[in-house]
Design a protein. Sequence first.
Length: 386
Amino acid sequence: MPAPNVDWDEWEGFDPLNTNIPLSETEQARVDRLMASIHRPIAAGDPRRHHYYPQSFLKRFGNDNAIGRVPIAEPHSHAVLRVSDAAVMKDLYTTIDKTVGETVAVEKVLAEVDGAAVQPLDRLAHGVLFPPQQRDREALAIWLGMLHVRTPAQRRHMEAMADQAIKLQLSLVQDEASAHRFLEDWHGQTATDSEARELLDSMDKLEGTELVPHQNEFVMQMLDLGLRASTLFIARHWAVVKCPANGPGLALSDSPFRLIEHPENHRPLMGVGLATADEIWIPLDRHTLLIMHSNPGTGDRVIHLDSDDDISALNQTIVDTARVEVFCHPDDSDNVATLTFQDPDRPFGRVSAGWPIASTDGMNGTVNRQRHHRYRREAPPDPAES
């Protein structure tokens, strides 16, 4: 069910490129042209199959237009897919704009970001103009930021966190007085006695209910967080690890970044995120690994591995982040399938609270639903999906 603080009928359109970053006149004109061309309802020929990894990136791991897919729940049932059928989900970034209705404007923004990163990614992977020039570094940092937040697993994680946060707030509602306060804080206006009683009556139903904000809210968060994350990549040194070109290759997890914390820097009361990780790993192609780090002694450099002995160890580190699937070159599928994968039903995260709260799918317990919610303007949310 939708979270109670959102009025879908009054949802305003939003600018997916409103980053509050000043642009040059040339860049502003380009952005204005882009926004004018994409701010419209879905039309025939618009992209509805949205790749959370751009096809140009997937092809770097595949063979022509084919790529291996290893499901972590059943790794030995791996298969070879067309690149166009990998890492794709219908309407993943479709939003609902009050003025134009359903729109794929955000998918087109992401296509611009993906396109701007293609040549810088080629230059980085092949060591051309290394270390990367500032313009290449900026284009890649924005692309990496978006890559971090645009996956289906990240969307489900955000949904679970939102549900947990709302239920944590609702756990404070114990009587009519607290119900009044909650509703007034939530909606910014005085609640009626019947509304307060209705909220109290609903407390018994929280255990079997998921409170999920609209996809518009998640997509806006995705764009904002992606841009914020880009600054964390720019601030680091970039080391490129080149693996032997004639040996087995690197895999690509559906959660692409592996965050490494050095034992001496472990902080028991803190998690490991983009800002606190000592190293951030992401494979760039079958034979190239990018490590973003903060060690000035290592700095920006290219490291060549002399043999393929370490590929399995590198891949094991890479696939530890996988939620549902791993992609690789078709010739590498058998090797990747022998790696150790984490439980696909493991919690998205854990929350410790000082008082009882209703359970949330994927927080503190088994993940019962991997696919995210999607609401449509022309119909109310389906209660069966709650």
